[in-house]
Design a protein around this ligand. Structure first.
Ligand SMILES: [Zn+2]
Length: 125
């Protein structure tokens, strides 16, 4: 029973093709989904960009809610700004994790790959 502890890495050879950039990588650079370090970093950056977009959208929603629903009678600007900043910050974090999770879940193939035609450049002909 104890000898059944087989790492998922044992199923793969030493060099594995990353599913996102289709480059051969050393196995230690890949994670369970066969994403290499670079691709994970790029995915995180993209998720973080969209996370800010989502956070700002959420912040605008909160601002609209405060303005139209709560209707603060005397506006303590500093307090509301801090509230909105917190809303954007938290919204950004939540959105980023959801987006990154979505990317991991979809696990799209070869999205970071450079098409061979583009990689070869203009030296052809
Ligand atoms: Zn990769």
């Amino acid at each position: 029973m104890e000898r059944e502890r087989v790492s998922w890495r044992d199923r793969y050879p030493d060099e594995v093709t990353c599913v996102r950039c289709i480059e051969l990588r050393d196995q230690v650079q890949l994670d369970r989904l066969l994403w290499c370090d670079d691709c994970r970093r790029r995915a995180r950056e993209r998720a973080s960009w969209w996370g800010w977009a989502g956070g700002l959208t959420f912040g605008v929603g909160v601002a609209a809610y405060v303005w139209f629903v709560i209707r603060p009678s005397d506006l303590v600007v500093g307090g509301w700004v801090a509230t909105l900043a917190a809303a954007v910050w938290i919204g950004q974090k939540v959105a980023r994790e959801m987006i990154y999770g979505g990317m991991r879940f979809r696990n799209a193939r070869a999205v970071e790959a450079t098409p061979p035609a583009a990689a070869e450049g203009d030296g052809v002909e």
